[in-house]
Ligand binder design. Structure first.
Ligand code: PLP
Length: 384
């Protein structure tokens, strides 16, 4: 038996990453330095967006997006119950209200028909926006969602934390990369260690909208600007104005050096994730194990590899005895005590059905073939 613990996800730090960080530590800038711009430009290019704003973490990225889109007490925003709580919390930070739309059980993504039903059931203008999530790395079809959003005048914040490098094919067969800003107004990413690119803590917002981009830059640093074109007065070289209530959501220069170095290996990492997924798919196909989502989709970025089991708890507990730290993604957000107290008990049958069976197996580029075979063996022993 393998002695080593196998988590569901983990970062991969190479000597090149370490060298990049050490070199940056020797520069005069620890926080606001040139690596931030470099990381932003490289990341924007990687996802195919015009602009990128690097921030302290993915949650700060979401908060800045809802601030930039003027979410307030009168706002109602739609999101999915199968996501990390931050996708919904960013609306609450600005005092807005969240409405959950149930998932498509075949993909665990927000069900666009469920969104349409919500929109049709209320007068136009009831909802301001929607936060779809490229859950597990499987991209939402934003072309379809955009058509619906335009019909009702909604903005879209794409939560692409699971999917840098993921893509879907649009109706013309063009690959639309997650966060490319083609359909969503804003997209956000996280650089938490379990995500594709690790900074420790870190996040990114991408957009093709210049006005939103400039607003985000100001909100990221206290609402302060020194841009001479935007100043109301000018007392001299030192002069700045705080024109709106912003935050300190900056990411340090040294973490951007790490992110930039990690980004060089992003394609390699995705290729390895897809190979791992393919092996799991093959191993589970004959054993009647339920996969999610069922198709091997070329654009899937595989942040998570999820199966469904009727005896999920037994499987989870068994894997732990073997040192395999599988995880559950996610407890439905509407069922978390905070949201239950706020909105009362809501029924989301598909999300709840999914939650009762889902389990995320180890999925990260440095998972060895030997470790993966061990995981497969242990899953096949118990899963029903
Ligand atoms: C990780 C994650 C976030 C938050 O990112 P942090 O960097 O941890 O703040 C938001 N949404 C989703 C879907 C995530 O997976």
């Amino acid at each position: 038996m393998l002695k080593k613990n196998i988590p569901y996800g983990r970062q991969n730090i190479t000597q090149a990453d370490i060298d990049a960080v050490v070199e940056t530590l020797q520069h005069p800038y620890l926080t606001q330095g040139p690596k931030i711009d470099e990381f932003e430009q490289a990341f924007a290019e990687y996802v195919g967006a015009k602009y990128a704003v690097a921030v302290a973490n993915g949650t700060a990225a979401l908060h800045l997006c809802t601030l930039a889109l003027d979410v307030n007490e009168n706002s109602k925003v739609i999101t999915t119950p199968i996501t990390f709580a931050a996708s919904a919390n960013c609306v609450r930070y600005c005092g807005g209200n969240v409405t959950f739309a149930d998932i498509d059980p075949n993909t665990a993504l927000i069900n666009i028909d469920a969104v349409r039903n919500l929109l049709e059931a209320s007068p136009k203008g009831t909802y301001q926006g929607i936060v779809p999530v490229d859950f597990a790395g499987y991209p939402v079809n934003l072309e379809e969602l955009r058509i619906l959003a335009d019909e009702y005048g909604l903005w879209i914040i794409e939560d692409a934390c699971h999917a840098p490098g993921g893509f879907f094919e649009d109706s013309k067969g063009v690959k639309q990369y997650c966060g490319n800003g083609q359909y969503a107004d804003l997209a956000i990413f996280s650089f938490h260690p379990v995500k594709h690119i690790a900074c420790g803590e870190g996040g990114m917002i991408t957009t093709n909208d210049k006005a939103l981009y400039e607003k985000l830059l100001v909100l990221r640093t206290h609402g302060i600007t020194k841009n001479p074109e935007l100043l109301h007065e000018n007392h001299g070289g030192w002069y700045y104005e705080m024109q709106t209530l912003g935050y300190n959501y900056r990411i340090p220069d040294v973490l951007c050096a790490l992110g930039l170095s990690q980004l060089q290996r992003a394609d390699e990492g995705i290729a390895r994730r897809r190979a791992i997924a393919k092996r799991y798919d093959e191993a589970f196909a004959d054993a009647n194990i339920k996969l999610l989502p069922p198709p091997q989709d070329a654009g899937h970025a595989y942040h998570l590899y999820i199966i469904k089991a009727n005896n999920r708890k037994e499987l989870y507990n068994h894997l732990r005895t073997q040192g395999i730290y599988a995880q559950i993604h996610y407890i439905p957000v509407h069922a978390l005590p905070y949201y239950k107290e706020l909105y009362g008990a809501i029924s989301m049958p598909q999300a709840e059905g999914y939650y009762s069976q889902c389990i995320s197996l180890p999925m990260y580029p440095t998972l060895t073939d030997e470790e993966q075979e061990f995981v497969i063996e242990q899953v096949l022993k118990v899963a029903k």
